[in-house]
Design a protein around this ligand. Structure first.
Ligand code: ASP
Ligand code: MG
Length: 592
């Protein structure tokens, strides 16, 4: 008998009628001969209401009590859903996180699942009941109630699907599936038939809020195919699986992250250990740092810029103030009116000219790029927040995301069997790791690279486009691009890496005082080290551990960029072997 996990989000259980509709879907699935586990979220905006209520009594409610409060939202929905199913003459049983045996760590409001015991659920399923599981919650070793972070019911659903070896995990929501960008922002957004885990992870981490990103980490780790579909229709929705929609397209989606704030620490001493000093303090405060950009500075000084969610800016400033004297810096600038526009696609790892195309789309729209960071499958540009939507539209158009690729893959039900891990493999995997423990896939070294830095550049729209067009015409294939932000002086620095043998060609087109560049410097012998894995952004500890490992070895980090799937650092060629060894040693236990 097949087992199907169905998850209904808040809007899908917002009213008694909607709960009945969801109950009917579950019953129908059971009648088709399946065992069914239904995961539900709190009704409608209940979680928001509870948060408001808490704030009326306490500006900063204790996190433990917050979880005690928020978990009640899901407890209401599971009971009502079970009642609805009973009223239709079918058997159902509701279970809280604790009753299901979802064990988490004790980080209230953002707990991580450690183990799930399936006995209780199985017993009920075998007795012919539909199991109604409360999403978003668990319990720590002391039986304190914990929650998994906003949107955490998705994670509950995928985690249950993984441990139960489910045949499908269906996420019912108020949208028809996964779109090329948020259709509320751009009506021309297109629904995709399927998208790969990696692309979805990058998009989710950018705030494309179709699903909680930790749920996709899970899905990727345990190879759970997910179908995102509407609760209000029978449309097939979008599959999230291991392959991309089209084998030939470079970019599959675009996203706008509106509430970002930027901090720049100027003139950081360019010696080993500086990044570690800074980011350790942010991690200690559990601030999610994004878009870390370290650029080559002048006179042994580097500028380190990064973004944080706007509402964490104050905490971040405090952390940075603490670090300032330790890194020899005196000045921090910040900007709370920025937004990040990004494009994502597995295909860009194999194609050239993708970054250039994005820069030219923004240039043509007259939008200034304040900061750039690229990774293997993502390019992000920081722009003024008021121009955010316009920037998103320009990029979406340039990559023709509204058009369905002509060679689009379709997902056949039968395919699921081939990619799904067998239940015994899952059990084995679970035994050997904690569920949400960090999984690293690879540590690699790219040798024989060169770095080119343009500094003292006037920060105007079109700059990045001109530079990378010139570089492309010179025949160079650019890998990492980093543009840092120079707070208030209206100037910026752009660094990029290319294979060593292409350095001269780049210098040939760039050092002619073109584009208002004041100074061009380069280094013909650098190496890029990458640590890749799953969920590196939510596991900030990876970047920190990496900085620490290099600092302990006395190795200086020249450039950095990060994404959901990778942390890249550039070091001098002479340090590369030692750096690789240090990283291998540090991450030995986490590699799979
Ligand atoms: N009710 C929780 C929230 O709103 C969990 C969820 O809906 O997934 O964040
Ligand atoms: Mg600019």
């Amino acid at each position: 008998m097949a087992l199907i996990v169905q998850k209904f989000g808040g809007t899908s259980v917002a009213t008694p009628e909607k709960i009945q509709a969801a109950a009917r879907k579950a019953i129908r699935t059971q009648q088709e001969g399946n065992q069914v586990v239904v995961v539900v979220s709190a009704m409608g905006h209940e979680t928001d209401h509870l948060i408001d209520l808490a704030r009326k009594l306490n500006e900063q409610p204790p996190a433990r009590e917050m979880d005690m409060l928020l978990s009640t939202g899901e407890q209401v929905s599971v009971a009502l859903m079970a009642m609805a199913i009973h009223s239709f003459g079918h058997q159902a049983v509701s279970l809280t996180g604790a009753q299901m045996g979802i064990r988490t760590d004790s980080s209230y409001t953002k707990a991580r699942i450690k183990t799930i015991s399936t006995d209780r659920i199985r017993k009920h399923l075998d007795a012919g009941k539909i199991v109604i599981a409360a999403g978003f919650q668990g319990v720590d070793d002391e039986f304190n109630i914990t929650t998994l972070g906003r949107g955490g019911s998705d994670t509950t659903a995928v985690a249950l699907a993984a441990v139960l070896g489910a045949d499908a995990c269906e996420i019912y929501t108020d949208v028809d599936g996964v779109y090329t960008t948020d259709p509320r922002l751009l009506p021309e957004a297109r629904q995709m038939g399927l998208i790969s885990y990696d692309e979805m992870l990058e998009l989710a981490s950018l705030g494309a809020s179709v699903m909680h990103n930790r749920s996709i980490e899970f899905a990727k780790k345990f190879d759970v195919p997910i179908r995102v579909r509407s609760s209000f229709s029978d449309a097939p929705g979008s599959m999230i699986v291991s392959m991309p929609e089209s084998p030939s397209v470079a970019v599959c989606g675009a996203a706008l992250t509106r509430d970002e704030a930027r901090l720049t620490i100027k003139n950081v001493q360019d010696t080993p250990g500086m990044s570690y000093e800074i980011f350790k303090r942010l991690a200690d405060r559990k601030i999610t740092v994004d878009m870390i950009v370290q650029n080559i500075g002048m006179e042994s000084r580097a500028d380190v810029s990064f973004t944080v969610p706007s509402d964490e800016l104050r905490e971040a400033q405090k952390a940075v103030q603490e670090a300032l004297p330790l890194v020899g810096a005196t000045e921090v600038t910040c900007d709370d009116a920025v937004a990040k526009v990004s494009v994502v696609g597995l295909g860009m790892a194999e194609q050239t000219g993708v970054a250039e195309k994005m820069f030219s789309a923004l240039a043509n729209a007259g939008i200034n790029i304040q900061m750039i960071t690229t990774s293997e499958i993502k390019i992000s540009c920081l722009v003024q927040r008021s121009e955010g939507t316009q920037a998103l539209r320009a990029v979406h158009q340039a990559f023709e995301l509204h058009k369905k690729p002509t060679d689009a893959n379709t997902w056949l039900i039968g395919q699921m069997e081939h990619t799904k891990m067998s239940p015994s493999e899952v059990v084995e995997r679970l035994r050997s790791t904690n569920l949400e423990q960090l999984t690293l896939l690879d540590i690699s070294l790219l040798d024989d690279q060169a770095r080119v830095t343009l500094s003292g550049v006037a920060d105007n729209p079109g700059l990045a486009e001109q530079i990378f067009q010139a570089v492309a015409e010179a025949g160079a294939v650019v890998d990492m691009i980093v543009q840092s932000c120079d707070g208030h002086h209206g100037q910026t620095a752009i660094s990029f890496t290319v294979p060593s043998e292409q350095r001269q060609a780049c210098l040939g087109v760039l050092s002619q005082g073109k584009f208002g560049v004041r100074k061009v410097t380069s280094d013909g012998d650098i190496s890029k080290l990458s640590v890749s894995g799953i969920g590196l952004r939510s596991h900030t500890s990876v970047a920190i551990a990496l900085f620490k490992a290099l600092a302990d070895e006395g190795i200086n980090v020249l450039m950095t960029n990060t994404s959901e799937l990778r942390v890249n650092v550039v070091v001098a060629g002479k340090d590369s072997k030692r750096a690789l060894e240090a990283l291998k040693k540090t991450f030995k236990g986490a590699l799979i």
